[in-house]
Design a protein around this ligand. Sequence first.
Ligand code: DOR
Ligand code: ZN
Length: 475
Amino acid sequence: MHDKIDLLIINGLVVTPQASFEAAIAITDGKIVAIGDAGCLPEAEEILDAAGLAILPGAIDVHVHFRDPGYTHKEDWESGTAAAAYGGVTTVFDMPNTIPTVATPDVLAQKHAIAASKAHVDYGLYAVLGEESIDHLEGLIEAGIIGFKCYMGNTFGRIPSPSTGAMLELFERVAPTGLRISLHAETNSVMERRETRLRAAGKNAPLDHLASRPAVVAIEAVERAATLAEWTGARIHVLHISSKDELRPLAEAKARGVDVTGETGPHYLMLSTDDYARFKGRIRVNPPVREPDNQQPLWAALESGVIDMIATDHAPHSAEEKDRPVIWDVDCGFPGVETQMPLMLTAVAEGRISLNHYVKLSSEAPAKAFGLYPRKGALLPGADADLAIVDLNAAWTIDDAELHSRSKASPWQGRDVKGRVIHTIVRGRFVLRDGSLQAETRGTGRSVHAIQQMPAPRPRNVDKTLVAVTRNDGA
Ligand code: DOR
Ligand code: ZN
């Protein structure tokens, strides 16, 4: 006699990067144990009938700002992970621009404690990579991070940007650890100078924000970061790719063998300068939403693999912080973790991208880039049972007032979408059931750093690092 398994999901359409097929999924102790014909699978304590629904690997959003500690009027770990659950997102990576900045092991430990007590879904935490963390890198890694975040340009929180010299030293130090460095790739000096000029000229309209950050800031930053990564062997990830033009240095770096991945988000694929007049400060984000001719090349890059994954840069702010009349006073960013999947499933319904390729971009690719695959990002026996079960045919209209983020101000307001998340399952546990958050799952999310296994590091030019040339060993 075999014991019953915990959960059997029957009659759903299982979607992987390779294929879509009707099958049952057997889950026990938080893991997928089998996928196949329901008649061949063991009896279960619970059966979920997913007839008419698609079963996707839960999305892994490598770029969210959950604001806790420090700005909990915008979001906290409870509300942010609730929004994730409603969006079919089962793992999130949280950025370090909270208060205080995540630059020391103590601050990181405090954030771990807060996240563990409130999270509905699994998570990783970033530490900042800059002058403020340079003496704490080992301690941060020991205290549990998913990767480092390097701010090449200013944005919300105004974390100082390291000079190119400091960046090289930081990359030299991170390369032997094998961890990935995620980059806010916009060059600070260019943006500061232009913003100062624009403000002095009395320019303060929404589109002036774009004028302060033209695509050249991203092109130059991606090119420079790739050069430093190539020299040191550090792994990098280019966050929020916003322009067609930065695809060239990205593709060239990949062709040279640099270990670089890239993400873009729905706002760069689906919004443009045509939307500024309607949404005003609500569309202000760093990097900015750009001219319409950027969209098609970004879609093409998702198809070709130059861009590896979809992430949201979920950046919640209050309506008051978004609706200020002078664009420079508006906080940058908007919520996105909850709307990514419906927006992208709408693109699937429109034939812009296949459903199979979507799950590669939203789940498999992020898991692989950050060393979580196949424990995360896979519908395979042995994997964590992290699932988004969706109705691909449900048509609805995004209403900011109904978002579960604490932020109710986005440029998605009023947008018609097709595709709705019905159930979200994290390690076999329903966090969203029949479209309702399960309140008792608060505090059940866990940090994924413990299961991370990056491939062996390949540092380069180790004899030329700053440490190698400055050490005084009598040689
Ligand atoms: O618009 C943005 N908002 N871009 C960023 O890089 C940071 C983010 C935030 O934290 O609000
Ligand atoms: Zn961000």
